[in-house]
Design a protein around this ligand. Structure first.
Ligand SMILES: Cc1cc2nc3c(=O)[nH]c(=O)nc-3n(C[C@H](O)[C@H](O)[C@H](O)COP(=O)(O)OP(=O)(O)OC[C@H]3O[C@@H](n4cnc5c(N)ncnc54)[C@H](O)[C@@H]3O)c2cc1C
Length: 505
């Protein structure tokens, strides 16, 4: 078993992990990132000089590389790993299904790159004395600037938008968002002629090619999507950041005997050995599910941590329900453009008024299916809604079993979205296939920011109450559902944690 040490260990390299790791390393802190998944083989990652890369799932490897792991109550110990280099992880429970992802850059490879503020304008107010909308504002701005999050103009707007199709539709109308929606794509100056470009840090990436549709939830090999591996980690690696891919944290233990010090045990999938690393500070950015699992198992199974009486409580699925709208629209190939094509709602105000997002299925040309199936899939859409649920889920660790307990009947939003989807299907004459069980790609909460005696697990600087040096930098920290796509807020939260850590000196 190898052992080494550093100033700070960051677990996970999604939005929370990458932002924190990069900001700390760029300010001279010695940081090691442990990421359980591989580097993905993309143009920017190649340009960064990373040698050991894994192709994103395409073609026949779609089956082998799409799934990393599955959690299901009927599996032995409740879980199984399918492929250590797989892209997705799925959690099944009676009340909720959760999908998250794996690999350097985390969910930035699979997301649709929508950047939105939380639905409530006072989202950050009233949880901790020194945390509020005003204190978070510069951190939102820092994330937007680093990612280059933007909007297309009239000359390079992607096709099949809600405005283009539904402005004068008898049944549906586009949802005009109250807040600004930005997108983490490099839009083409000339859509007919996308070019190879360089980031400020000299990393290569292509402008988005609207004709390929090869940049959705199966990743973007061309680098057209702004992913955390090259936006945050790449420049920071040049300043000394160490990223250990295929290294999976197992537990965190607070060391006893003077001063604060942590030991992180992990499994190195490259060498197939267990190893440990010690650090004064540990930042958890493993994504809500894995951050909660690591904290719960470190406390309840490995007894390396203690306290955290509110841990696991106030878990939310962000109201997510999704389905597939089998439009079979012969006039449109929805695989073109960018993944998200804007939201619509029912025009008749006496019907459920929920905004329903429309996304394409990505990279359909690469699916190992007969052509007629691929063509049909290109002519339909993934549809989804989100909103504020009761945030009353509970995550637990019982022996080796990690579970989510969630009763959707406590949250009217799930029923409202399902009803809206079914009505949309009826009104369009084209069926929408959607389950009633919440199926979220936006899990959040469970290690919420707030005062300890008011249900909080962490303080305004991300530090766990009663465990100095241990921080939560991802959406597990969120105090309430965002009711909107959360990555902009995760990035801002991690910017906040990093800034407060650095300000402490
Ligand atoms: C299909 C899809 C589309 C989406 N579209 C959008 C969108 O348009 N806009 C938006 O805002 N959100 C979107 N999301 C949600 C978004 O991807 C997540 O909210 C976001 O990725 C969460 O960020 P995070 O930093 O909390 O964790 P993640 O991005 O999940 O990163 C966590 C990382 O930690 C790693 N990890 C986990 N456990 C360990 C361990 N034990 N040791 C080491 N590493 C570990 C994981 O492999 C992963 O790389 C989408 C999600 C999906 C699945």
């Amino acid at each position: 078993m190898g052992s080494d040490s550093t100033d700070a260990v960051v677990i996970g390299s999604g939005f929370g992990g990458s932002v924190t790791a990069a900001r700390l390393a760029e300010s001279g802190v010695q940081v090691t990132v442990l990421e359980r998944g591989p580097w993905w083989d993309t143009v920017p990652v190649r340009s960064m000089g990373i040698k050991d890369r894994t192709p994103l799932p395409r073609g026949i490897s779609l089956f082998a590389r799409a799934m990393r792991s599955v959690y299901h109550p009927l599996l032995p110990w409740g879980r199984t790993r399918i492929n250590r280099k797989g892209l997705f992880e799925v959690y099944y429970s009676r009340g909720m299904e959760v999908v998250c992802s794996s690999g350097v850059g985390g969910g930035s490879h699979v997301y649709s790159a929508l950047h939105r503020r939380p639905a409530r304008p006072d989202y950050w107010d009233g949880h901790c004395p020194d945390l509020n909308e005003a204190s978070m504002a510069p951190h939102y701005a820092a994330f937007v600037a680093r990612v280059g999050s933007t909007r297309p103009g009239p000359d390079n707007a992607p096709p099949h938008s809600a405005m283009e199709i539904y402005s004068n539709h008898p049944e549906f109308t586009p949802v005009v968002p109250k807040d600004e929606v930005r997108v983490g794509f490099r839009f083409p100056e000339d859509p007919a002629n996308p070019k190879l470009t360089q980031t400020e840090a000299g990393i290569e990436r292509w402008e988005t090619d609207y004709s390929t549709g090869d940049h959705g939830f199966l990743g973007a090999p061309s680098g057209s999507k702004s992913t955390m591996d090259f936006v945050y980690l790449g420049p920071a690696i040049r300043k000394g950041l160490e990223v250990r891919a295929l290294c999976e944290a197992i537990s965190i233990s607070a060391q006893t005997g003077g001063g604060r010090r942590f030991r992180v045990d992990y499994f190195d999938h490259n060498q197939r050995v267990r190893a440990t690393i010690e650090a004064d500070n540990v930042f958890l950015g493993a994504g809500t599910m894995n951050t909660l699992r690591l904290l719960l198992e470190s406390r309840d199974r490995y007894h390396g941590l203690s306290g955290m009486p509110n841990l696991g409580k106030r878990f939310s699925g962000n109201g997510d329900i999704r389905g597939f709208w089998d439009l079979n629209d012969q006039d449109r190939d929805y695989s073109e453009g960018v993944p998200s094509k804007g939201a619509i709602k029912l025009r008749d105000e006496s019907l459920p008024q929920v905004g329903i997002g429309r996304n394409n299925l990505p990279s359909v040309n690469s699916y190992p299916f007969p052509k007629f199936i691929r063509e049909r899939l290109k002519r339909g859409m993934v549809v989804s809604g989100m909103g504020e649920d009761a945030m009353d889920g509970v995550a637990t660790s019982e022996g080796r079993r990690f579970r989510i307990h969630f009763d959707p009947s406590n949250s009217p939003i799930y029923r409202q979205i399902h009803d809206a989807l079914m009505e949309m299907g009826r009104r369009s004459g084209r069926r929408i296939y959607a389950g009633k069980t919440p199926a979220t790609v936006h899990p959040m909460g469970g290690a919420c920011v707030g005062e300890a005696d008011a249900g909080g697990v962490i303080a305004a600087n991300g530090e766990v109450h009663g465990v100095p040096g241990l921080y939560v930098v991802d959406a597990a920290a969120f105090p309430r559902p965002t009711a909107s796509p959360p990555t902009l807020s995760i990035g801002a939260w991690a910017e906040n944690v990093a800034a407060r850590f650095l300000a402490r000196g």
